[in-house]
Design a protein around this ligand. Structure first.
Ligand code: ZN
Length: 490
């Protein structure tokens, strides 16, 4: 019996559809109206990450959205139901991950042989740049770099993760207890590997006297904290199998499994909290989710996770001295400043904050032409609440507090997996932007007062400072006027 051509065509189409949904694929969707935008937002907020994993979240009508669907997920059917059209941007994510993994293997072999042209001189104890490293190797290298830094750097631990890993970092610069502080972190979101590499590059710049002539001045006047992997459990989870999207594309921490009814009424159990929604400022508001399986699940309450608590405690212990905080994320090429929880909300010193951001993105562009946008979350991408930078601005009083979303541009089809040849250029141009923020901090350092002005003009200075030890740092202008001697501003 012969099969009709029409029937054959039908079989082929059904076969290829079934085959395609048996793979991880990335869909590109452009919401055409407010209804479609709302539906996509609810998809991100209410559906599990293993159903629809947003690589580029929905931001506006006619703005692109990229979402990865898991094998067997009914995402396309749901989009049809909502009458939302889509294109398949990447039809086999696993294949793409495998080809990237091979590129990295080749590079590792090259690094073990002759030095690559763009390789850098790595400080003693550091790791080769241009490739990724596991958490244990990173943590061990931090210890070695501190040991060999002649006291310039100190190995620090700020807490312990859900799975018992130590969250390690470096404190760089001699600390007299009064110097201004700059904090960097990276890898809060597990899959954003290029951020970890960039933080290691920063450490390289700061510990390698030949790398950057400005570093000496930075370290004479500031103390710099760098936490290169703020979410070590999540990072190691993404490394279990770097060619399997189930692991490689994990975003949250590995917080204990919780169960609740999902949006379809079924009971679901999931692990993990989005740490960058778990900070205690506008917790639970826009751009975060109460659904435990969502990729943006904010946790049961603010600071419910040991990783966010560790960062909180670091900030609290230095409150009054922290002038700048930069958290590295990927991707979209954005320099985001506070506040991001709602539109048109700005901190008091917004003019300076914007000016520094504007200058920083120009410096980034100068190096390789990479174009960044700057602004608040709602201005340039989307609103999100419970993030670390808004909290640092509002609750700790950090003036320059930025979230940097590294390369590539949001239109890239697989931005979380950066090719090895782009790692060092990405870190290098970002350092150029970061130096602008460090320069701003230096420029604003108060000059020491001459001995003739080194007096207390108010009788209560000693008692005030005893009652509130960070008063000199939190209110420098009035304390310079009233209590210069007791604050040791001379
Ligand atoms: Zn991120």
């Amino acid at each position: 019996m012969s099969t009709s051509p029409l029937l054959t065509l039908l079989f082929v189409s059904i076969f290829s559809f079934v085959q395609s949904i048996s793979k991880y694929r990335v869909l590109s969707i452009v919401p055409r109206d407010e209804f479609q935008l709302h539906k996509l937002r609810s998809l991100r907020e209410k559906f599990p990450q293993d159903f629809s994993d947003f690589w580029l979240p929905p931001s506006s009508v006619n703005g692109s959205t990229h979402v990865m669907a898991s094998p067997g997920s009914n995402l396309e059917r749901l989009l049809h139901k909502w009458n939302i059209s889509y294109d398949t941007m990447l039809d086999d994510v696993e294949k793409d991950l495998i080809s990237n993994s091979l590129l990295f293997k080749k590079r590792e072999i090259a690094l073990n042989g002759t030095r690559l042209k763009d390789d850098l001189s790595v400080p003693f104890g550091g790791l080769p740049l241009g490739v990724y490293h596991g958490y244990t190797a990173i943590s061990d290298s931090l210890q070695r770099m501190a040991d060999s830094s002649k006291g310039l750097a100190k190995y620090i631990t700020i807490g312990t993760t859900v799975e018992g890993r130590t969250i390690a970092g470096l404190k760089i610069g001699h600390d007299d207890g009064k110097k201004e502080v700059f904090i960097f972190d990276a890898g809060i979101h597990a899959r954003e590997w290029a951020t970890v590499h960039t933080a290691l590059y920063f450490i390289n710049q700061l510990l390698n006297p030949a790398a950057d002539a400005s570093v000496k001045e930075y370290l004479d006047k500031m103390v710099i904290y760098i936490i290169p992997v703020a979410n070590p459990d999540g990072y190691e989870y993404t490394r279990i199998d770097e060619t399997n999207p189930k692991f490689r594309m994990w975003r949250k921490n590995r917080g204990r499994e919780l169960c609740s009814n999902s949006v379809d009424g079924e009971k679901r159990c999931c692990k993990g909290v989005d740490l960058n929604r778990n900070f205690d400022f506008q917790f639970g508001a826009i751009g975060s989710s109460r659904y435990i399986c969502s990729e943006i699940y904010h946790g049961p309450f603010a600071f419910s996770e040991p990783e966010s608590i560790a960062l909180r405690d670091l900030f609290m212990s230095l409150k009054g001295r922290i002038r700048a905080y930069i958290t590295l994320h990927a991707y979209s090429q954005l320099f985001i400043h506070s506040y991001s929880h709602r539109a048109k909300a700005y901190p008091r010193e917004i003019d300076d904050i914007r000016q520094v951001a504007s200058h920083a993105v120009k410096e980034i562009e100068k190096m390789y032409g990479t174009k960044y946008q700057f602004g608040t979350g709602p201005e340039i991408i989307y609103g999100f609440a419970g993030g670390s930078t808004d909290w640092a601005t509002e609750k700790i009083g950090v003036k320059y507090s930025y979230t940097i979303e590294l390369r590539p541009l949001y239109t890239a089809f697989n931005g979380f997996v950066m090719r090895p040849s782009e790692l060092i250029p990405t870190a290098r141009e970002t350092w150029n932007g970061v130096r602008v923020v460090m320069d701003a901090v230096l420029r604003e350092l108060p000059t020491p007062l001459p001995p003739s002005l080194c007096v207390d003009t108010q009788p209560g200075c000693i008692a005030w400072i005893a009652a509130s030890p960070s008063l000199c740092q939190t209110n420098p202008a009035s304390m310079r006027r009233d209590c210069a001697k007791s604050c040791q501003f001379c």
